[in-house]
Design a protein around this ligand. Structure first.
Ligand code: SF4
Ligand code: SF4
Length: 84
């Protein structure tokens, strides 16, 4: 049996900060971000997360509006913030 720690990720998005530039969409390696069909409070479409985030932080690095907080999930009980 492997002792490898599960290392998935997730993001928390401050979607009201998003200006809809879509830079994050192609930047996500597993392509788990897509643009919403609804607009945020400022009138822009914003990213929506599907399953499969690895916590790689690419979206955080590319977003000019600091929308993404990135977490890596090391077990079912813990998650570690790696970028905000
Ligand atoms: S890169 Fe940032 S501002 Fe641009 S669409 Fe994605 S979340 Fe919105
Ligand atoms: S952290 Fe990486 S895998 Fe997760 S949504 Fe952002 S770019 Fe995609």
């Amino acid at each position: 049996m492997s002792n490898a720690i599960r290392s998935d990720g997730t993001v928390v998005m401050a979607t009201d900060r998003c200006k809809g530039c879509e830079l994050c969409i192609p930047a996500c390696p597993p392509q788990v971000l897509s643009m919403s069909s609804e607009k945020n409070s400022r009138g822009y479409y914003y990213p929506v997360l599907a399953e499969g985030c690895t916590g790689c932080t690419a979206c955080h690095l590319v977003c000019p509006d600091y929308v993404f907080e990135v977490y890596r999930i090391a077990s079912s009980e813990s998650r570690v913030k790696v970028a905000s």
